[in-house]
Design a protein around this ligand. Structure first.
Ligand SMILES: [Zn+2]
Length: 384
């Protein structure tokens, strides 16, 4: 309903305090209706009174502002070998965080148990309890059915296929649990940080594998079955490398961090993964630098077609291999600006991740906040 408490709260979510009179003018509702809605929101602490100082003469009238501390959010970004946890307010500001090693191949129960244990510590650290938590957002390093919260044939996550992460965690924290794959939550995080100029944003994660999160018209685009953005298995013309998926010349098999590490091992270097490649680049190893730059060009080749098709305003490059600095992005830019249509590249910004290791938790928190503060959800909360 357009005039519901939830709809009124969505006006105040921009952070600006407004008086009763201003809200009457903005909504066109009767003063008594606005007052009723405000009372309902005050009762649930979604808003707080704020003194209006610019009132013209007479006694100051009360203004009302969104209360970002009305509830807190738990956000988790689980990678293949490490995890990042954060507690945020409803604006996404981080109140406490923890990063640590966690092997996802231990299976769901040990990993999610670790997650709960560490969230309990973090809650104590910032003086909150589970009763303050409005939801938990989780990113996982594999394909996820967002609706059911279950991983779907995740190649790097033995034991997780079909496991209901939402049910397992939801029964333990008594709050909504939302699950998505890590690239999607990173795209959401970058979109939140970049603001309105990033309505059409691609987030390319280049780690061991390669994936892409898509923001279209300010919304995450998951596709019909949640597989949108799986650019790692798009073929790179001219390559004959066999991919783990069985196809030939997949981008991931040619330009992923795992592929580069393997190629350097072939030259006698000690490189187990993407991070080792980055270490070599930072040490000035010309073989590693050359490979990373070439990897950027190959990624650019795939992204150039996507730029023509999708016309993004921003391409953000993240993931372990992005830590190799300008070498990767230089390769990407070289090919995209050379091959995409001028109209599509005129105002296209290709840049490194602004949030780095925090992109995932920022996006997981944003996913929960959007769910919890959706007008319908707020309306239900005030009816309780
Ligand atoms: Zn493949």
């Amino acid at each position: 309903m357009a005039d519901s408490p939830g709809a009124l709260l969505s006006i105040l979510r921009d952070g600006q305090a407004r008086t009763r009179a201003e809200l009457v003018q903005l909504t066109g509702l009767a003063r008594s209706t606005v007052s009723q809605r405000l009372d309902a929101l005050l009762l649930q602490r979604w808003i707080v009174p704020a003194e209006d100082t610019i009132s013209s003469g007479g006694r100051p009238s009360t203004a009302f502002a969104f209360n970002p501390l009305a509830r807190i959010v738990l956000a988790a970004d689980l990678g293949v070998t490490h995890a990042h946890l954060a507690i945020t307010d409803l604006h996404g500001a981080i109140l406490a965080e923890h990063a640590g090693d966690l092997a996802i191949d231990k299976g769901p129960e040990p990993c999610l148990g670790w997650l709960l244990e560490n969230f309990t510590k973090l809650l104590a650290e910032c003086g909150h309890g589970l009763a303050d938590v409005c939801g938990l957002g989780v990113g996982l390093p594999g394909p996820v059915d967002h609706q059911s919260g279950r991983p779907v044939n995740p190649p790097l996550m033995p034991g997780w296929d079909g496991f209901s992460v939402t049910t397992w965690l939801g029964s333990r924290i008594s709050a909504p649990v939302l699950v998505d794959n890590d690239v999607n939550i990173m795209a959401l995080g970058e979109h939140t940080a970049a603001g309105p100029q990033a309505g059409h944003l691609l987030f390319a994660k280049v780690g061991t594998g390669i994936g892409c999160g898509i923001i279209a018209d300010d919304r995450l685009h998951r596709g019909a079955r949640g597989a949108a953005g799986d650019i790692g298995h798009i073929g790179v013309p001219g390559s004959e490398v066999v991919c783990r998926c069985g196809n030939i010349g997949c981008l991931e098999a040619v330009a992923g961090g795992g592929a580069l590490a393997a190629r350097l091992r072939g030259e006698g270097l000690q490189t187990a993964d993407a991070r080792d490649v980055v270490r070599l680049v930072r040490a000035g190893d010309t073989r590693a630098i050359r490979l990373v730059r070439q990897s950027g060009r190959e990624l650019g080749l795939v992204l150039a077609s996507i730029v023509n098709f999708f016309n993004p305003s921003q391409i953000v490059i993240g993931g372990d291999l992005a830590d190799a600095g300008e070498h990767l992005i230089a390769g990407v830019r070289e090919v995209i600006y050379g091959r995409s249509l001028p109209l599509a590249t005129q105002r296209l910004d290709i840049r490194p991740s602004a949030l780095g290791a925090r992109a995932g938790v920022t996006g997981a928190a944003a996913m929960v906040v959007d769910h919890v503060l959706a007008p319908d959800a707020v309306d239900q909360s005030v009816q309780r």
